[in-house]
Design a protein around this ligand. Sequence first.
Ligand SMILES: [Fe+2]
Length: 131
Amino acid sequence: MNTFERLSVAFMDEEHEEFVDQLNSIEVLLNGEATDDEVDAALVKLIQHTREHFGHEEEQMAAINFPPYVPHKREHDRVLEGMEAMMARWQDTRDVAWLQGQITNLWKWFEIHLDTMDRVTAHFIARSGNT
Ligand SMILES: [Fe+2]
């Protein structure tokens, strides 16, 4: 069970909490007796939620003319593409150990992203009063 560090912007914390809950649920599914369909549904939900979560951050960054908008959005796009590729490969191979490794990588990515790009973004959003 992993958790996350809170920032100073409520909508970001709420969406990060949801992301963490979903990653935890996928790990539980992969460690248990879940069917492929259940794992597929959880991954679809995760990708959809992540797309919305990234979209909200991007809207806020655009609204306050946040200078590092472009690299932050580029990073979001790269991660979403990676998640789509993860889903496709999982559906091709049904390799649970490989997918578990991918989820571990997502945890590592999230921890670093939260501590760098999201932290700076939250600071700017909070200072703008646009929360
Ligand atoms: Fe972000």
